[in-house]
Design a protein around this ligand. Structure first.
Ligand SMILES: Cc1cc2nc3c(=O)[nH]c(=O)nc-3n(C[C@H](O)[C@H](O)[C@H](O)COP(=O)(O)O)c2cc1C
Length: 200
């Protein structure tokens, strides 16, 4: 049921200050591709800021969606999982039309460790170690040699072993490259499994 314009106008009328809009219907879940025509139509129909969302995975796609919809901003979900620098990369591209250099191996290592320690503290050791696995997988997806690393990660049963394996992986990577090099073809594909994404 495509009622986005009517719902957006109702929201505006009752005093909503801004809207974020995802280009799928509820029935779509995460299947197919988000469409942006409806977001563009809603933008024309309301005056409050509109934030476009759905399947934005690269700086080019962010620029395309902003241009196509006329939205005031974009919102990124799954593509930021394991790639939190996507926001600065998009900002840089929008401002300059150029791509930033990828993050250094040191940076991803530091950011990931900080994130993992937050997970351990928040969930406790056992659950934290298990929840950390999918984040480690997202951070390293597409990096050279990461498939076997991710596979073995799921067999490790303690925080100490998890952290040791991560240190070994990044120390090895650092001997080859200063910055991240994504080699696997699906590196830009966000996870599509709805339950997996929401469980994050
Ligand atoms: C881990 C995760 C949690 C989410 N939680 C919410 C939520 O609480 N409320 C909501 O409206 N959408 C939620 N979403 C949906 C996102 O806001 C977004 O609409 C969706 O992921 C599509 O954007 P994307 O293609 O950039 O991922 C969540 C998505 C993910 C991946």
């Amino acid at each position: 049921n495509r009622n986005a314009i009517a719902v957006a106008k109702m929201a505006e009328d009752i005093g909503v200050q801004a809207l974020a809009m995802h280009g799928r219907t509820r029935a779509c879940l995460y299947t197919g591709h988000a469409e942006y025509d409806t977001i563009a139509a809603v933008k024309q129909a309301i005056h409050i800021p509109l934030i476009a969302n759905g399947d934005i995975t690269t700086p080019e796609k962010a620029k395309f969606v902003l241009d196509f919809t006329g939205a005031d901003a974009v919102m990124i979900g799954r593509a930021a999982q394991g790639r939190p620098w996507i926001f600065r990369e998009i900002e840089h591209y929008l401002l300059t039309g150029e791509h930033m250099l990828p993050p250094t191996v040191d940076e991803i290592h530091t950011v990931m460790l900080e994130h993992l320690h937050d997970l351990y503290a928040f969930y406790g050791d056992l659950t934290g170690m298990r929840v950390a696995r999918k984040h480690i997988s997202w951070y390293t997806k597409g990096l050279a040699g990461s498939a076997s690393f991710r596979h073995s990660m799921n067999t490790l049963q303690s925080i100490e072993l998890q952290l040791k394996a991560i240190d070994d992986f990044f120390n090895e990577l650092r001997t080859k490259h200063e910055r991240l090099v994504y080699v696997e073809v699906d590196a830009n594909t966000p996870p599509t499994d709805h339950a997996e994404a929401l469980a994050a």
